[in-house]
Design a protein around this ligand. Structure first.
Ligand SMILES: Cc1ncc(COP(=O)(O)O)c(C=O)c1O
Ligand SMILES: [Zn+2]
Length: 375
């Protein structure tokens, strides 16, 4: 018997654990893993962490997780914050945080005997899924915007996945992937939908809890497109809180590009529609219609978080400041989170004496450099 059930986050309906079910049979909303019986756990940062697969010894790993935390003293001082740390998620095996989620999602896929999968991505999730698929002998079809950075498309091809480059927006890429998996009767291993992906990204929270001796920083600030790391971290911190491993939930904030800000608009009550979306240099958060948008807004409320939107120029100058002042070469998408801290401080959400942590979600060489390197 499985120790896992998939629970609808909206109407509460329970579904059996497999990768054929995407949304709730009743209302179509996304599903989350729920543990209904004792099952396997794996050691993460010294904690026993429950996982949705059945054979921990047979799971897939490329050594993801255990990323370092470093302090940004100059940028922290410039932002007027006493303690600003970043967790270098680009030190995961394919250069982005996605590997945490992929490792668990593809462990489940392998256990279920799945041989061929479809995923859509701005590039990083595609590269991550391609790597773990290669390792497990699964064929991967990766749908990505034709305009995705050349380095990311190349990385996907290097691992031997089939790239389907789609003209149009990031959301057009999702539509094409969905049409393809349905037409061909394949499994949609979507990092935006799959409940198993979020069971992998929850490991971020356990590492943070351990790193800070059970007292996480007051604020954790994420770049949010679909909310893969944001929602996973929430799940992890919630488990830690329920088990009495941390004393309080850190406030979890979401940063979006002003050019693609559905969650920010929804959580702040501002008018914004998909038709208002513009291209952004932060390609990882260029998501106008996030699958779990309602869930992210709900978690923002529960985690006492705030969503902010940043301008393109702010993202570019933060990419430069991270490199020039701190020696950190981040993707523009990752720099967006740091740019958002400025807004959160200006709005008084973050006070000068507070401690703040942000993930640097992707490595700079994967994307374009958005500032003048001669300047
Ligand atoms: C580097 C980087 N950071 C952040 C994100 C945003 O992740 P999510 O869409 O899961 O919120 C992405 C997504 O592609 C990314 O590539
Ligand atoms: Zn439902």
């Amino acid at each position: 018997m499985s120790h896992v059930s998939l629970r609808c986050e909206s109407c509460g309906a329970a579904h059996p654990s497999n990768m054929d079910i995407l949304g709730c049979h009743g209302c179509g909303c996304p599903l989350d893993v729920e543990y209904t019986a004792a099952g396997p756990s794996v050691p993460i940062a010294g904690y026993d962490v429950r996982m949705p697969f059945h054979e921990p010894a047979a799971t897939l790993s490329l050594g993801e997780g255990n990323t370092p935390v470093v302090e940004l003293s100059k940028i922290g001082e410039a932002l007027g914050i006493k303690r600003l740390d970043v967790k270098l998620e680009f030190m995961n095996p394919t250069g982005s945080y996605k590997d945490r989620g992929t490792a668990v999602m593809l462990s489940v896929a392998r256990e279920l005997g799945i041989r061929e999968i479809v995923e859509d991505s701005s590039g990083n999730a595609g590269a991550s899924v391609s790597a773990y698929a290669a390792r497990s002998g699964i064929k991967a079809h990766i749908f990505a915007p034709a305009s995705a950075p050349a380095a990311k498309l190349k990385q996907i091809r290097v691992y031997g996945a089939e790239v389907h480059a789609i003209e149009g927006s990031r959301d057009d890429t999702t539509d094409a992937a969905i049409a393809f998996y349905k037409r061909n009767g394949l499994v949609y291993a979507s990092h935006a939908w799959s409940p198993f992906f979020f069971e992998g990204t929850k490991t971020f929270a356990f590492e943070v809890a351990r790193r800070y001796g059970g007292e996480p920083p007051s604020h954790v600030v994420f770049p949010v497109g679909n909310g893969g790391l944001f929602l996973g971290a929430w799940r992890g911190f919630s488990e830690l809180l329920d088990d009495g491993r941390i004393g309080r939930m850190p406030r979890l904030h979401a940063v979006q590009a002003a050019n693609a800000m559905p969650i920010t608009a929804r959580s702040r009550g501002g008018g914004w529609s998909q038709a208002d979306a513009q291209p952004t240099i932060a390609g990882g958060i260029s998501v106008a219609a996030p699958a779990r948008g309602g869930q992210v807004v709900d978690v923002l409320r529960r985690a006492n978080g705030t969503a902010v939107a940043v301008a393109e120029t702010e993202i570019a100058s933060m990419q430069k400041a991270l490199a020039r002042d701190e020696g950190i070469f981040a993707e523009p998408t990752s720099a967006a989170a740091l740019a958002g801290i400025h807004h959160l401080a200006a709005e008084g959400v973050i006070a000068p004496g507070d401690s703040v942590l942000a993930p640097i979600t992707g490595f700079g060489l994967k994307d374009e450099v958005r500032f003048d390197v001669e300047g």
